[in-house]
Design a binder for this molecule. Structure first.
Ligand code: ARG
Length: 272
């Protein structure tokens, strides 16, 4: 029996895709020969922002930098737990300056902000399950394994390391999402066999996604514990979430998919 799912008001950080372009290739979704409609990207992003506000959440907006075409993917700038922001350090030089803009935001908003030594891409590779007091962390493509220990020290939370093995799902947030304080949805085949066993052990009640759900970027979602905002292509995953008692809220983000991201990539959660 599924009880009533309770939404929790959240605070988010987003950055408009005014200068979004695909001008380099750092993941298998990016193709510099495919044209991007930047105006449409802004419209779709604006709709996503409005959707979150209509659901009762607070959205802070970071100023985009014309020299940083991937800056719309705000989730990569840091990972926050209980008022502490563990800053990002990007793997690719094309994105490294984004960390500076995020650091300025946290410093200006009174956060305790920690500079990382290790390579890590913020919420792209970290998820928090407050009900379990656990951080889940991905590695294999972007975030370096030593960053998991650094995050544990910085945030005083146990960190469970999970190895990503499919380059299409290069960040944890393309293959796994927290849908409430205790529950995750994930695509098992994106992880190594041992990591799949860890996930089965920790989350026997997870919502399991299939390859189509993952390729539709369905797992790259933002949930408040009841409403699950996700890419409108991901109708299969939306049905699975409904069956589990959640309320899917589809949004179109076709342009940003060309950069290899969707809903979650655009939204950093600020956990104060
Ligand atoms: N083009 C960006 C990159 O490859 C996309 C980042 C997507 N962000 C995310 N949180 N998965 O770095």
């Amino acid at each position: 029996m599924v009880g009533e799912r309770k939404p929790i008001c959240r605070t988010y950080l987003m950055c408009p895709p005014r200068f979004f372009r695909v001008e380099y290739v750092i993941n298998p979704w990016m193709d510099t020969t495919v044209p991007v409609d930047a105006d449409l990207a802004v419209k779709q992003w604006e709709r996503l922002r409005e959707t979150l506000v209509e659901l009762g959440h607070t959205v802070h907006v970071l100023d985009p930098d014309p020299a940083l075409p991937d800056m719309v993917f705000a989730a990569n700038g840091a990972f926050t737990v209980d008022g502490v922001a563990y800053g990002a350090r990007f793997r690719h030089p094309q994105r490294s300056a984004e960390a500076v803009a995020h650091r300025a935001f946290y410093a200006g908003h009174g956060w305790s902000h920690t500079e990382p030594v290790e390579i890590n891409e913020g919420e792209g590779d970290f998820a928090y399950l407050p009900g379990k007091g656990l951080v889940l962390a991905g590695y294999g493509f972007r975030t370096a394994p030593p960053a998991h220990a650094e995050a544990a020290e910085t945030l005083s939370r146990p960190v469970v390391s999970l190895r990503l093995t499919d380059p299409r799902f290069y960040h944890l947030d393309t293959a796994l999402a927290a849908i409430d304080d205790h529950t995750i949805a994930y695509y098992p085949a994106a992880f190594s066999e041992p990591s799949q066993r860890v996930l089965r052990q920790l989350f026997p009640d997870a919502v399991l996604a299939d390859e189509t759900d993952a390729l539709d970027f369905g797992l790259n979602l933002v949930s408040d514990g009841r409403h699950v905002v996700l890419n409108s292509d991901a109708t299969g995953l939306a049905a699975k979430l409904s069956a589990a008692g959640f309320t899917p809220v589809p949004v179109e983000l076709s342009e940003l998919k060309k950069g290899g991201g969707s809903v979650k990539c655009c939204v950093a959660e600020l956990r104060s």
